[in-house]
Design a protein around this ligand. Structure first.
Ligand code: TA6
Length: 313
């Protein structure tokens, strides 16, 4: 089905719904959602939530998610920003245990392949004037890259808080293992103005220092490149931003790990679709299950991980 036919089908199915717009951003289709509580944009490619902003005088100031102004909206190329879905592996080979590593080709791109695939928009429901629920799905068929079969589903709730519920079902006849992350890019006033609490005393692996295990008793402040895998969190995480005078709460179910990442100056220059100074306006707090927290599904079994982002008063 070509782009025009896809758009036509989406207009027919969803175009008349209040607060819903079907949009074309160069080569990519998106659905824009607006209700009493918030507005959001979700791209069908990768089922990628790209934008989310609450409404209201105080809360309505700044988007909660960061999206690069250098996105080129090309088919097959994940957007830089929002919430990419990293599956069936997080990171690259070195980030994964043997059980997962052995399932994908050595030259595989980081963060799996589903963030570059076209998902299906199954349904949109206005649960109430302040809550809109979208369901997107992707059938993964065995191929040379990943010889297993799965059905993925992402349920996105756009409301006072943004909630993502990611489901994996093993629809094949072979068991498979996977790691995954909801790679959330948060929009911040400036990198020196933020700190992350809720990770104090939690063991993390410093991927920039040979994955050495560390702990930090203080809230996380960023004054250089940070790329840490915090393992087995014990509570929700809060990002305090003194510049935007707000706190963003991230909570998750069945995502025991969190990756904290800021590329800082040097890596920023090497990243695609990323301005050299963009590291000052974003931080990634990624709800995940990686390494020892890999998941394995027998045929017919399913896995659900959930995360929510909201701006506290
Ligand atoms: O989650 C952190 C990380 O693995 C970083 O090391 C960096 O590579 C980032 O993801 C972005 O990866 P991407 O493939 O989207 O450029």
């Amino acid at each position: 089905m070509n782009l025009a036919e896809q758009l036509q089908g989406l207009y027919q199915k969803f175009g008349e719904l209040p607060g819903i717009s079907i949009e074309l951003h160069k080569q990519l289709i998106a659905v824009a959602v607006e209700n009493k509580a918030a507005k959001a944009t979700i791209f069908l490619q990768g089922a990628q939530v790209a934008e989310y902003q609450q409404k209201g005088q105080q809360k309505g100031q700044q988007p909660l998610l960061w999206l690069s102004d250098q996105c080129d909206f090309k088919a097959g190329k994940p957007l830089r920003g929002g919430i990419p879905i990293c599956w069936p592996w997080f990171g690259n080979l070195e980030c994964n245990p043997e059980q997962v590593k052995s399932q994908f080709p050595a030259d595989a791109l980081a963060h799996g392949f589903v963030r570059g695939r076209e998902w299906n928009l199954d349904s949109i429901e206005h649960v109430d004037p302040s809550t809109t629920e979208l369901v997107l799905s992707l059938n993964v068929l065995p191929d040379a890259q990943w010889p297993f079969a799965a059905k993925l589903q992402l349920k996105v709730s756009v409301a006072e808080q943004l909630t993502l519920e990611f489901t994996v079902i093993n629809t094949g006849d072979k068991p498979f293992s996977f790691t995954s992350a909801l790679h959330t890019y948060l929009n911040i006033s400036e990198i020196e103005a933020v700190s992350v609490s809720g990770l104090e005393g939690i063991r993390y692996l410093d991927t920039l220092n040979e994955w050495k295990p560390e702990t930090d008793e203080a809230p996380v402040c960023i004054d250089g490149e940070v790329d840490r895998v915090y393992q087995n969190l014990e509570k929700a995480v809060r990002l305090s931003d003194s510049g935007f005078k707000r706190t963003i709460l991230l909570d998750a179910d069945n995502a025991p790990d969190m990756v904290v990442w800021n590329p800082w100056q040097d890596k920023a220059k090497r990243l695609s679709n990323f301005a050299d100074d963009a590291y000052q306006r974003m931080i990634c707090l990624e709800s995940a299950h990686v390494l020892d927290n890999l998941k394995s599904l027998e045929p017919g079994e399913s896995f659900v991980m959930k995360m929510s982002v909201t701006q506290e008063d």
